[in-house]
Design a binder for this molecule. Structure first.
Ligand code: ZN
Length: 412
């Protein structure tokens, strides 16, 4: 798929700091250790609705991962998928009497516009499931042939399921117990009660064609993929195994990331799928998680239409730590707008305090599991000094502008 346009990332003076990130699988903050090319996969949208601030918070968190690695001199191979065929998309198209292909194309185009407006660096590979269909079929066929998958006992619709514990490591990513797994599996697209399965936690790999549903011809029979297998195929075929970071919102910890990893590990016999599993917190509104089912969404495109500066949206979301569940409020946005004004006024000065220590602190905080609240506070302190007592370093303001652009993606 067509990705969105990139923007230049300036070089920042001084010494970069390596990136440490919290890994869900081990439960600790550990150093990332990429080679020359850092490999990042972030799960993309199901394009049946516009980008809301929960999505934005997730992609902005991983944009910082991208930027810190660039600062460290790595080339970054970033892959993102689009779930452009799945039940929620078909259900929304049916409800609105829309064509599912047109709906997916329209919402994917809007997502690209939102990401570009938010100055999110684009993935190198932006891959829709529909275009990756042969890759998905190949891996499902291999899982079947190797005995890691089976057809359900249903003569009418012999769908293919993954035997959840095929690798013997199931659960290592989420660390959830079976009761918790079963609850999230039922809540998040799984089908624990499907008759004919060998175990409630076995997950759909290939759904045989039902009347009125789109389907693709394949050696598995005409049908369409389950959800998790798409990311196994798209990630593994572009990044290999043991890539650096698998990312997404915390609602993907289970089942999605557990099964994506398990499918790929069963198919290749290699472990792990990713070296870090990194998850962003949920964004709430009025005390509730922002979600489609609750209808309490704030859309990036609506804020853009109200002429809200996308840099202020970035700053508002960076005011909290990426892993924390946090609330979106109008105060949060107005505080971010004031902060952006102060930073711009300070960066526009002819001279200011030296930027060297501030840039060091900015890098230290971002390198420490993307501690954006402290990173923002470091720039606040520089701007406050610049605007009150001034300073005589004629490079200071320009260096801050460069560092904030490269490391935080904020254009002053
Ligand atoms: Zn995914």
């Amino acid at each position: 798929m067509q990705t969105w346009s990139s923007i230049p990332v300036p070089r920042v003076p001084g010494e970069p700091r390596p990136l440490r990130l919290f890994d869900t699988a081990t439960g600790e903050v550990r150093p990332t250790a990429p080679g020359d090319t850092a490999r990042l996969y972030v799960c993309g949208i199901t394009p049946y609705d516009a980008t809301h601030l929960g999505h934005a918070a997730t992609y902005l968190a991983f944009d910082l991962v991208h930027r810190v690695w660039l600062d460290n001199g790595h080339d970054v191979h970033y892959v993102q998928n689009v779930t452009d065929i799945d039940d929620p998309l078909l259900e929304r198209a049916e409800r609105d009497q829309d064509d599912w292909v047109v709906l997916a194309m329209r919402e994917t185009a809007l997502f690209r516009e939102d990401m570009q407006a938010l100055r999110v660096l684009p993935p190198r590979d932006y891959i829709g499931v529909v275009e990756a269909m042969p890759e998905v079929v190949e891996i499902v066929a291999k899982l079947l042939a190797d005995g890691f998958a089976y057809r359900v006992d249903d003569p009418e619709y012999p769908d293919v399921y993954y035997a959840h514990n095929a690798t013997g490591r199931f659960g290592y990513e989420s660390n959830y117990d079976e009761q918790t797994m079963l609850r999230f599996f039922a809540e998040r697209g799984g089908d624990p009660d499907r008759p004919g399965k060998r175990h409630p936690l076995d997950a759909l790999l290939w759904r045989m064609k039902r009347p009125g549903e789109p389907a693709w011809p394949s050696e598995l029979g005409e049908g369409r993929p389950g959800w998790h297998i798409e990311c196994s195929a798209i990630a593994h075929n572009r990044l290999g195994m043991s890539f650096d970071v698998q990312g997404g919102g915390s609602d993907l910890i289970f089942p999605h990331h557990e099964y994506s990893a398990a499918h790929a590990e069963a198919q290749t016999g290699q472990h792990p799928f990713a070296r870090h599993y990194v998850h962003a917190g949920m964004i709430g509104l009025d005390g509730e998680k922002m979600s489609k089912s609750r209808g309490n969404l704030v859309f990036v495109s609506k804020l853009r239409a109200q002429k809200v500066d996308p840099n202020a949206i970035r700053l508002a979301l960076f005011a909290g730590h990426y892993r924390a569940d946090r609330a979106w409020t109008s105060d949060l946005l107005s505080e971010a707008e004031s902060r952006l004004d102060r930073w711009r006024q300070a960066a526009d000065l002819q001279a200011g305090p030296s930027a060297v220590d501030t840039i060091t602190r900015l890098r230290d905080h971002l390198g420490n599991d993307l501690d954006t609240p402290k990173a923002l506070a470091a720039v606040d302190a520089w701007a406050a000094e610049a605007l009150s007592t001034g300073g005589n370093d004629t490079h200071g303001p320009a260096q801050i502008r460069t560092a904030v652009d490269a490391l935080l993606g904020i254009a002053l």
